[in-house]
Ligand binder design. Structure first.
Ligand code: AAO
Length: 476
């Protein structure tokens, strides 16, 4: 269940946060498929409590397990999964089964379901108070039992040791699997007992053969367990049966690319850093929580708002073989509660996309040249190792991925200029950061690798991008 079942050598998923299913389907066909993205994580798809003002976080308050949200209804979901699969892009669903809603009166869902949260009564599932833990607040993260048996932010906490709860969760996830998805993000996994999750995952059905998955494929599972090393719940408790989202990844890289620690220290990235083993980790620079101060990470998390260093950190993420990578794709915000761009009736406004620039309030980091080109780089580099590491003892680094790709990063105020070992076969390559191959021409810098594998590399301190990347898929 640690295998994402991407098509071919695709290696990265993008979280299209709050996108509508119809827009995702089109994005799969027009961009994600052709550009080599492996998958899309969609925002939670179950029916949620409608919260006045429609903050994004209402989607983390389930009121039923019907598939109907601001992203669309079940037939739109099904159509999206079919079209994305046809474009070789897999779909991953953010599953919220730790809890239902917080208190609200009246409590009404997107599909019209009602509930009495204060009585823990959710007739549309149905769940009654017998299906929940007692009411208590999580305040001490040192106490693993409290973290798992009490309520996260007042959200009524389901008891996954109960057979009825397990059956409802399995039924919901199987229903999604039947529609052709490849796997699940497990929200708030930290707040559920590993032994219960193990049982629930083991009961899930295999991925759909008619959707194109090999026989006996198990759903990809990646779990949200925030463990920065100082609490009662440990990420290693969850790696027997799925991957875990490695929150230290974006925190450390945020510090590094902000210049708080030298990039040269990344030489042994992954090992000796307290990070999970690579095969257990799903990684990102930022996510929908910590880009807006929720969850963990604090002020040094990089987001689209720090565009230049964000692209540099993302380039490193995608160039380095550690973990399964995810890219964030955001809408613009200042108020951390505000939901996606929407009409006055709450209908989400689609991104308008012209020449890879999204408007209507959407950022679309995945359409940024430097980011999608590195998604392609990662696919080309496959599983080849980091080789030919070089650094200047400070914030200028470079390395190759075997003989398939090479990246250089200049994170300081001095120019980077020198003959570096690229590891690539002799030839002319197109720097995919400053340009691309169009027709037979490179629109950016052309890099000439000589017989000994070296090339003259130059990244001025004031360059638009502090990164240069070449790979064998783009010769000129
Ligand atoms: C909303 C309102 C609440 C209201 C509630 C019920 O905002 O005021 O009480 O409704 O009416 C999202 C939003 C929530 C929202 C919720 C439901 O973020 O604000 O509540 O929807 O609408 C913890 C969990 C983690 C969770 C994260 C936000 O462990 O699972 O909080 N993330 C997921 C989703 C998220 C969603 C939910 C879960 C709920 O991604 O979008 O919530 O479905 C420590 C712990 C972490 C803990 C954080 C924050 O982190 O380690 O486990 O995350 O605290 O509580 C340093 C430390 C680090 C620490 C951090 C912050 O960095 O090193 O360990 O500081 O203290």
């Amino acid at each position: 269940q640690k295998h994402p079942y991407y098509v071919d050598d695709r290696g990265t998923m993008v979280h299209l946060f709050e996108w509508k299913f119809q827009d995702i389907a089109r994005e799969c066909e027009e961009f994600l498929g052709p550009m080599g993205f492996g998958g899309v994580q969609v925002s939670p798809i179950h029916e949620n409590l409608i919260i006045p003002g429609r903050p994004w976080y209402e989607r983390y308050q389930p009121i039923s397990m019907k598939i109907h949200s601001r992203s669309g209804n079940v037939s739109e979901f099904q159509d999206m999964v079919r079209r994305c699969n046809a474009a070789d892009v897999r779909i991953y669903v953010d599953v919220v089964v730790n809890h239902m809603t917080g208190d609200a009166n009246p409590a009404r869902g997107v599909d019209g379901s009602t509930a009495e949260p204060s009585l823990k009564s959710y007739p549309a599932v149905p769940f009654t108070s017998a299906d929940f833990h007692r009411t208590c607040a999580i305040s001490n993260y040192q106490n693993a039992t409290e973290v798992r048996d009490c309520e996260l932010s007042g959200l009524h906490d389901l008891d996954q040791s109960k057979e009825h709860v397990r059956a409802a969760i399995v039924e919901y996830m199987d229903r999604i699997t039947d529609l052709g998805v490849a796997g699940f993000r497990i929200d708030a996994a930290k707040h559920m007992w590993p032994q219960d999750l193990r049982i629930i995952y083991s009961r899930l059905k295999n991925l759909s053969v008619s959707a194109g998955f090999p026989r006996n494929s198990r759903p990809f599972i990646y779990q949200e367990v925030i463990d920065l090393g100082n609490e009662g719940v440990k990420k290693a408790e969850y790696t027997d049966f799925g991957r875990v989202i490695e929150f230290n990844f974006g925190i450390v890289l945020g510090n590094m690319f902000r210049g708080l620690e030298p990039l040269k220290d990344l030489k042994n990235w992954g090992n000796g850093w307290g990070l999970l083993p690579s095969g257990d980790a799903l990684v990102m620079i930022d996510n929908h929580d910590n880009q807006r101060g929720h969850g963990a990470g604090g002020a040094t998390i990089l987001t689209y708002k720090d565009a230049r260093i964000y692209k540099m950190a993302t380039a490193f993420e995608l160039a380095h073989p550690y973990g399964t990578t995810r890219i964030m794709s955001s809408y613009s915000f200042t108020d951390p509660s505000v939901g996606p761009p929407a009409d006055s009736d709450g209908t989400i406004i689609s991104p308008k996309i012209t020449n890879n620039v999204c408007t209507n309030g959407w950022i679309c980091e995945h359409r940024w040249h430097q980011i999608y080109q590195m998604v392609i780089f990662r696919n080309v580099a496959k599983r080849s190792p980091v080789e030919n590491w070089w650094d200047n003892g400070n914030n200028q680094i470079s390395f190759s991925r075997g003989r398939l790709g090479f990246i250089a990063i200049n994170g300081e105020t001095e120019d980077l200029r020198g003959n570096l070992t690229t590891g690539l076969p002799a030839g002319k390559y197109c720097d995919v950061i400053s340009g691309e191959v169009r027709g037979n021409k490179c629109t950016g810098k052309t890099i000439e690798v000589t017989e000994n594998g070296k090339a003259f590399i130059e990244i001025p301190a004031n360059a638009d991008d502090g990164v240069l990347a070449i790979h064998i898929g783009r010769t000129s």
